[in-house]
Design a protein around this ligand. Sequence first.
Ligand code: G3P
Length: 217
Amino acid sequence: MKFFIDTANLDQIKEAQDLGILDGVTTNPSLMAKEGITGHDNIMKHYVNICNIVDGDVSAEVIATDFEGMVREGEALADLHDQIVVKLPMIKDGIKACKYFTDKGVKTNLTLVFSPGQALLAAKAGATYVSPFIGRLDDISTDGLNLIAEIRMIYDNYGFETEILAASVRHTMHVIDCAKLGADVMTGPLSSIVGLLKHPLTDLGLEQFLADYKKGN
Ligand code: G3P
């Protein structure tokens, strides 16, 4: 299972990268705005900064909602760095743009996916990643994890190679449940990654080991 961090915060990206377990980064316009990164040039520079910190794929989202605009923006994003994955919205022109980039050998991530049918279209268009938003489904009393299970079954039925990138992950249990269901990738906040470390018995056990060592030395 790949671990992506879902943020545009460089300190948090560095912290996850330093752990040695980070496989990539996802961002979106809201996450950029949260870090105060605004304006086309600043956003483009920020993507390069992120690529310079991590080794893996970095999803960069287009703003255009028409095919020509998505192609223009996606090509500019892909030219920034070879780690860039062009992130496209799950709308009709997004599917068309996905197929366009697939044919050109450019990696894609189809985002804002909330149904198995949308995920099927993403796979048909050759998306590298499909991003079902599990937290936002949970927010409206719909089982986000069930969507992961449904997409897993559909992709396995046909051997689709599109990777299931569980997005809108909010906490550690989402990560664990996605792993049980066979999501290829999860993207979540730093807390959902480092939170996996925590167990009181680990802390107590270590405390005891160190105390016992000191007795004999
Ligand atoms: O990866 C998608 C993500 O950025 C959305 O997360 O928590 O805003 O639903 P959230």
